[in-house]
Design a protein around this ligand. Structure first.
Ligand code: ATP
Length: 302
């Protein structure tokens, strides 16, 4: 059972003040892009979970119970009252710790793959609930497309989005820890005395998506975590500037970073921008992708 699952970029990430439970209230406009991991679930030789990871980023991913795909399998099995025994093989294409929710994507894919392999037929709403228990970004990886997430980001409402959007992602050396970026965001706000506003959905952004207006979309992209990510990884300022100087319609840090996302006018423009960013030497490498992409999808039942 093989499931393909997309990475995400945040078109809007507005972060409220820290809550008592340590999380922040968010308005998180997720957009799934055509950069996919694949998770294959098959019957194990012994009554246990095993995880194997292949692909470009394999070395950075845990292969024990810490793997988010394994945690998803355990959560689903517990809900169904069965053994979580499964062999999980993950092919990673989504950058690790890059702010593109790759681990969450694998968790979503594992839920769908194990549900099918074990013949559970878990209703969609229940899968979404289990997904939210694993992590705030996991439900969106099931859904795909474009959606607004509120609360910790897990309460999702799909957004009607016209058109296709072409992106260049500039990958950085190393990753950034999501909790550290949130902590830095709080620290900067405290130090500057800038109060954290209650996060609201950006109506100009919604209008741009509804109209399929790529220029307007580029002008409305916003990420409250960006100053914190740049503070923790200073070279990102140069990466973002280089993309803007080379004609990106919008440039922002993806989620908690350090991947930077650039919105291009067309697929050809994305290719040109990708080459220009590589030549400028402002990132480790680039990948192009477009969106919206579908959520976790079964691609093979063998
Ligand atoms: P987000 O955008 O949701 O904040 P991210 O893209 O920054 O996440 P991930 O790639 O999801 O970060 O990985 C964060 C950490 O989770 C990694 O450092 C890794 O150790 C751990 N991890 C656990 N399972 C996985 C997995 N299947 N794929 C990638 N990382 C995983």
């Amino acid at each position: 059972m093989t499931v393909r699952v997309p990475a995400k970029v945040n078109l809007q990430l507005s972060v409220g003040p820290p809550r008592d439970d340590g999380y922040h209230d968010l308005v998180n406009v997720f957009h799934a892009v055509s950069l996919f991991d694949e998770v294959t679930a098959s019957r194990p030789e012994k009554d246990e979970i095993t995880v194997e990871v292949g692909g470009g980023f394999a070395g950075q991913v845990p292969v024990d119970g810490e793997n988010l795909a394994a945690r998803a399998a355990v959560a689903l099995a517990a809900r169904a009252g069965r053994s979580p025994a499964v062999r999980l093989r993950i092919h990673k294409t989504i950058p690790v710790a890059g702010g593109m929710a790759g681990g969450s994507a694998d968790a979503a894919a594992a839920l769908v793959a194990c549900d099918r392999l074990w013949g559970l037929g878990t209703p969609r709403e229940e899968l979404m609930e289990i997904a939210a228990g694993i992590g705030s970004d996991v439900p969106f990886a099931l859904l795909g497309g474009t959606a607004v997430g509120t609360g910790r980001g897990e309460n999702l409402t799909p957004v009607p989005a016209a058109g296709r959007y072409h992106w260049v992602f500039a990958l950085a050396e190393g990753g950034l820890s999501t909790p550290k970026v949130y902590a830095e965001c709080d620290r900067i706000r405290e130090a500057t005395g800038e109060p954290a506003a209650w996060p609201e959905r950006s109506e100009p952004l919604m209008a741009a998506l509804a109209a399929g207006d790529v220029k307007a979309l580029g002008a409305t992209l916003v990420n409250d975590l960006q100053p914190a990510a740049v503070m923790l990884c200073r070279p990102l300022a140069r990466t973002l500037a280089a993309g803007r100087e080379r004609g990106a319609l919008g440039a922002l840090v993806s989620g908690s970073g350090p991947t930077c996302a650039f919105l291009a006018e067309s697929a050809a423009h994305a290719d040109d921008l990708s080459v220009a960013l590589n030549l400028a030497g402002v990132c480790r490498t680039t990948v192009t992708a477009d969106g919206p992409a579908p959520g976790a999808t079964v691609t093979s039942e063998e």
